[in-house]
Design a protein around this ligand. Structure first.
Ligand code: EPZ
Length: 423
């Protein structure tokens, strides 16, 4: 049985220009939403990360016919022959995003015979908001061990008030509500850029969805949705990870596709550290010139437009080498600090245990054997390895591959001394 690891050696300042792929957290939910159509759909700017392959297998298990053109970053997804609403636990377990087919299946078939989702272990990650909403719409569900079945003779349009702006619950409610009579309102909805990209795709299918300030989503039901062609928005999380890799190595990087209008809080924090940030006029494209003397900062992760929880770990890695004490509050997930222990193996200094995480900057990190515990923890360890003295070997590569398409070759193209090792 081969074991994969990533071998990283001390690298000089990263330099150059990189193009981004589409956003994983947009393409996964948009692929799920295509269950609402009957016909041939085309998605472009698709990231071919492992989670996308999991979603392809999930849709094929329902009867979809899918062609992949990796060269052109394109997927052709024909949903005409989706005749089943049943998905095995082995497929559901691969990732959290598999739960996002529950809304579309209930809307199309009035039933969903699935299982509890898997995915990054960032806390208990319940799905109570999803299930409460489906019940309010008239569905009944039965959860037994890992299996989850739901029935809805007829879903009805109601108002939903989310106690927390959950991304997944907002997306599932929207997809379950588009194909019905009446108006649905989601109050305190998630308005992440990936959620807005889903709304764009659904409206292209013929849905009638609007976003009302401060954060409500209104869905006027329609009777039919048609297949679409859709270009997935560029990945702000990949952009953030690459910017932090350049920052931590004292480099200079250009990301012409970066959706900077959806990265403002994150970019402001990089500037607060002392890095020079220049953004494209039209809200697209960013250039970073790293400071040689990064300063400590503090931040709290929040729902969009706050600081994204998915960049907390990579930002923490960069703060390990910043002068002073950084205080990091992870407020979105209750157990998303597992990477701290691995960074400490590389010489990172943590002031006190528990939340908030307090990182005291050190002069150097050291290479070590470390384990990625989730997608973004993997990214943090990779960029720490680029500046660590000596060799770093990272296992748990499957996590990184789930969330990033080609991150290693991209870092290598910028001068990073990094490669995938398959023993
Ligand atoms: C999405 O997860 C993203 N995943 C996550 O990205 C991201 O971290 C998260 O949103 C927050 O931005 C995808 O889009 C596929 P939530 P999701 O529902 O939908 C609690 C990555 O690295 N909650 O907004 O699962 C939950 O436990 C991944 O790319 C409930 O209590 O996130 C968490 O504490 C990781 N009950 C909080 O809300 C529910 O029914 C936010 O979760 C649902 C959520």
């Amino acid at each position: 049985m081969s074991t994969e690891s990533i071998a990283i050696k001390t690298s000089g300042p990263l330099q150059g220009t990189v193009h981004l792929v589409g956003a994983k957290n947009a393409v996964l939910v948009i692929m799920a939403s295509l269950i609402l159509t009957k016909g041939k759909n085309k998605l472009t700017n698709v990231p071919f990360s492992e989670d996308v392959f999991h979603m392809i297998r999930l849709l094929e298990s329902l009867g979809a016919v899918i062609e992949q053109d990796k060269e052109q970053r394109t997927l052709f997804i024909d949903t005409t022959k989706i005749l089943s609403a049943q998905i095995g636990a082995d497929i559901m377990k691969k990732m959290r995003a598999s739960i996002l087919v529950m809304g579309p299946l209930l809307a199309r078939f009035g039933t969903a015979d699935i299982a509890m989702p898997g995915g990054c272990v960032l806390g208990t990650r319940p799905i109570n908001f999803h299930l409460n909403a489906f019940s309010k719409m008239g569905a009944t569900y039965n959860q037994h061990d890992d299996s989850l079945t739901a029935e809805a003779k007829e879903l009805r349009a109601v108002d939903h008030v989310l106690e927390y702006p959950s991304v997944g619950a907002t997306e599932n409610i929207m997809m379950a509500s588009v194909l019905m009579q009446g108006k649905t309102r989601i109050v305190n909805a998630a308005i992440e850029p990936e959620v807005l990209d889903l709304i764009q795709a659904l409206n292209k299918m013929g849905a009638q969805i609007t976003v009302e300030p401060p954060a409500s989503i209104v869905i006027k039901g329609v009777s039919l949705l048609k297949p679409i062609e859709h270009h997935i928005l560029h990945d702000r999380l990949e952009a953030g990870t690459l910017l932090l890799a350049a920052a931590i190595t004292g480099g200079e990087i250009n990301l012409p596709d970066a959706p900077v209008h959806s990265m403002e809080v994150f970019l402001a924090k990089l500037e607060e550290m002392g890095h020079e940030i220049t953004c494209g006029e039209d809200g697209q494209g960013v250039h970073l010139k790293a400071t040689k003397n990064p300063q400590a900062i503090s931040f709290k992760t929040m729902p969009y437009p706050g600081f994204p929880t998915d960049l907390q770990a990579p930002m923490m890695a960069a703060l390990c080498l910043a002068s002073g004490k950084s205080v990091i509050h992870e407020t979105v997930f209750e157990n998303r600090l597992l990477h701290v222990r691995e960074l400490q193996k590389m010489g990172a200094q943590r002031a006190i245990d528990g939340q908030p995480a307090t990182i005291v900057g050190v002069d150097e990190l050291y290479g070590a054997s470390v384990i990625a515990t989730d997608i973004r923890a993997g990214a943090a360890l990779v960029i720490a390895g680029l500046v660590a003295q000596g060799d770093t070997s990272m296992t748990g590569v499957h996590h990184l591959k789930r969330g990033y398409d080609d991150l290693i070759p991209k870092l290598a193209s910028l001068g990073g001394n990094i490669k995938l090792v398959d023993e």
